[in-house]
Design a binder for this molecule. Sequence first.
Ligand code: NAD
Length: 321
Amino acid sequence: MATQTLQLRPLGNTGLKLSSVGFGASPLGKVFGDVSEQDAFAAVREAFRLGVNFFDTSPYYGGTLSEKVLGKALKALGVPRDQYIVSTKCGRYKEGFDFSAERVTRSIDESLERLQLDYVDMLQCHDIEFGSLDQIVNETLPALLKLKESGKIRFIGITCLPLGIFTYVLDRVPPGTVDVILSYCHYSINDSTLEDLLPYLKSKGVGVISASPLSMGLLTEAGGPEWHPASSELKAACRAAVDHCKEKGKNISKLALQYSLVNTDISSILVGMKSVKEVEENIAAALELATAGMDEETLSEVTDILKPVKNQTWPSGIQQS
Ligand code: NAD
């Protein structure tokens, strides 16, 4: 009998094929609580063993810690570099935002050193709603195109929370400048607004990565971190959904991840993971979805609980002129 493996999905026009579940490495920067290096290495190793080929980090996560730990963990795999796909970011740092050409050009060298890599597959401008979008279009992305020519990065991406920012930038750059967008907290049970943007992104040939299927922890039994920006109303509704699942003996995180995975126009769902247990649960959820489908009854109950806050988000970024 063939062993079941994670689905690989094409990413826009890049030619890359990403595992449907991607490894979000922000937890390795301890942003969701303490994680030992040993647990982090074991989680990365187990994810790779179970078919995850896509790993996402940023110099911002844990003030460079995530990149350093991920770099060591990937090196410890001892497999050829083309067996895994690495995305890191630029422009957002512990010290603040800087999307200048000079800073992002320096940033990739620093990231490559921390990651112990010669190149990254994707470099994404991190949370661009906090920068000047004119600078992103006229200075940052041209600088990234030069990095592409130099071979330090293979593909270029942008990330942000407000979905309108993606269209603003994509409508102002030559086709092929931005290869991929990374959206977060807009394709999970409580907020699925990314769906409306998918036809536009497809028409532009831009690959789509969706992060935070567990709404940055709100759709987990442990709940979100202290810094979670959601309103108290949204947090309370998510807590009610979590409690409902728990009472029924169901796992809300499994349901939420499966919900995000159903849409195959999204190349990879990035879920933040910090232990072998989480990795195994999440991969099992993906494999089970392929064979048994979703628990539609529980999904419908959870959807009802979340109805009053459906698609509620929070402000992010600076006022753009
Ligand atoms: P998430 O929704 O993936 O939730 C992560 C939290 O859920 C962590 O606390 C994790 O330990 C926990 N978790 C994971 N699997 C679980 C399971 N099976 N059971 C219970 N708890 C579980 O949120 P996230 O980590 O913010 O997003 C995923 C990744 O996407 C990030 O790590 C990062 O790489 C990327 N991301 C990027 C941006 C951006 O570029 N602006 C924003 C958000 C996320």
